[in-house]
Design a protein around this ligand. Structure first.
Ligand code: MN
Length: 488
């Protein structure tokens, strides 16, 4: 997060004279410096722009500056916005219009025509907003006093979404094996996602991974097992299984880092030359920020890595999840989420345990070691990216995670329990109507608004299932959106 920055571009014009322009610049620098103290990334003051060329120049620079993850604009004074057209038309970075004002109050005694000349964001920001609307610019508008916590929170969230855009454009996914045979929702157009989202999704042979595993040394395994012991309770005598998972993790990490991949997939149908499906190995890689998707699901893998990056430094976590089974007792309706093995330990409420159990699915010769735990409580979202043919659709549902209401002592995998919005069965009807997958990214950190911002910046369809959604309204919304996205 800290290696990214955002640029503060302030609009004005020559009309007011140098004194006013100097004051605008001094204040804009002060605002950028103060805001940088509370935002996840620095806000760097760039220019008080008075001409078409100054705006076009700063946009060109922003487009080619790797660290610049977006621009934030504001008009302290009036900035005639025809001079913004050339710049905005070539902007390739996320864009937020901060409609704010340097002063909080109208000063009763002090206000005169000079004050009005200097402090006219109320109409300056409207002129600026018009041209962005006229140009159909995807952008976020945040209005409010720049020192208010609410504004800080919203600007922070937008920045996180924009960082998600930067991470998306650099995303490389390593696939070990193909998708699980015959599964539809994990498929997708890799050329389309590379064009639209920037993802490079490619395959590596499982045989190459096995070769890499064979080259891992005992000393490397000792060091990683010591790390497991420091972070997790060991609840198995099967040390060999834990050491085997460490071998798998070390080999996968070497290959991922060598290729610059931040996400990976594998499938239980292709473990040729491996004794165990990576469980603990994949879980511990996810804890380090790598994305993962089971059964070859590269879309959910990349999304997991992106949400992890967007939520960096948050209180909760983001991880790969799968809706497994329901509790349908009236008044106690919950989803139970889990996976065969691979649930990210950053979701855990308490210290996870390493256990080994038989896994009947796939070609496991030996019992795989895995982390077992219960998920945290609290408000969260689940997100699913699906390929609708010709476009991507991002579906986000608000959920309330709870402490699992049953101990489930014989369940050999990590589990998270939640109540979907608006309620379990209506939520399921909405999710299924929209085509949401069984695999999701569950996040306690990233909000639906952040995902909406991300989808807008990536120019993909966004569907949000909230406490107020009804299947009838959703059906209409999907019908209208289908038309709109066909026209786009
Ligand atoms: Mn699965």
């Amino acid at each position: 997060m800290k290696k990214r920055e955002f640029w503060f571009v302030v609009g004005s014009q020559f009309l007011y004279g140098q004194d006013v322009l100097d004051t605008v610049e001094t204040r804009a620098k002060e605002m950028a410096a103060e805001l940088s103290k509370v935002l996840p990334c620095p806000l760097v003051y760039k220019v008080t722009a008075k001409t078409n060329k100054e705006i076009a120049d700063v946009v060109k620079e922003a487009n080619y500056h790797d660290e610049c993850a977006g621009i934030v604009t504001w008009c302290h004074t009036f900035s005639p916005s025809k001079m913004w057209i050339n710049g905005l038309a070539s902007l390739q970075k996320p864009y937020c219009h901060l409609a704010t004002q340097y002063n909080k109050e109208i000063p009763n005694e002090e206000i005169d025509m000079d004050f009005m000349n200097l402090n006219q964001a109320a109409h300056g920001d409207r002129e600026h907003g018009f041209i962005a609307a006229r140009l159909r610019m995807p952008r976020k508008v945040i209005a409010g006093y720049w020192q208010d916590e609410k504004v800080h929170k919203r600007l922070s969230d937008w920045m996180r979404a924009a960082v998600g855009v930067a991470v998306s454009k650099e995303m490389k996914v390593m696939r070990f094996g193909d998708n699980m045979r015959e599964v539809a929702v994990t498929e997708g157009d890799k050329v389309e996602v590379q064009t639209k989202l920037g993802w490079q999704v490619n395959t590596w042979a499982v045989g190459d991974l096995v070769k890499e595993m064979n080259a891992v040394t005992d000393a490397e395994i000792d060091a990683l097992v010591a790390e497991y012991e420091a972070n997790y309770d060991i609840a198995t005598d099967n040390t060999a299984a834990i050491r085997y998972q460490a071998r798998e993790e070390l080999a996968m990490k070497k290959m991922l880092d060598r290729e610059g991949c931040k996400a990976f997939t594998n499938t239980f149908q292709d473990l040729y030359g491996m004794e165990q499906l990576p469980g603990l190995a994949s879980q511990h890689l996810m804890a380090q920020g790598y994305g993962y998707g089971g059964e070859g699901d590269w879309k959910v893998s990349a999304m997991t890595a992106i949400l992890k990056a967007m939520g960096e430094g948050g209180n909760g976590a983001s991880g790969f999840m799968e809706d497994y089974t329901y509790h349908l007792v009236e008044g106690q309706e919950y989803s139970l989420g889990a996976h065969m093995l691979e649930v990210c330990p950053s979701l855990a409420a308490d210290k996870p345990r390493i256990e080994t159990h038989h896994l009947g699915i796939g070609m496991n010769e030996k019992d795989p070691a895995r982390l077992v735990f219960e998920g945290k409580e609290g408000p969260a979202i689940v997100a699913s990216l699906i390929d609708m043919g010709g476009r991507m659709r991002l579906i986000v549902q608000d959920i309330e995670a709870v402490k699992p209401i049953l101990p489930m002592p014989n369940l050999p995998v990590a589990r998270v329990m939640w109540r979907a919005m608006p309620d379990l069965t209506t939520g399921v009807e909405c999710w299924i109507t929209a085509g949401g997958a069984h695999h999701t990214v569950l996040s306690y950190d990233v909000t639906a608004e952040m995902m909406r911002d991300w989808a807008r910046m990536m120019d993909i369809e966004f569907v949000h299932i909230t406490k107020d959604t009804t299947p009838e309204k959703l059906e209409e919304e999907l019908l209208v959106k289908d038309l709109i996205w066909k026209l786009k």
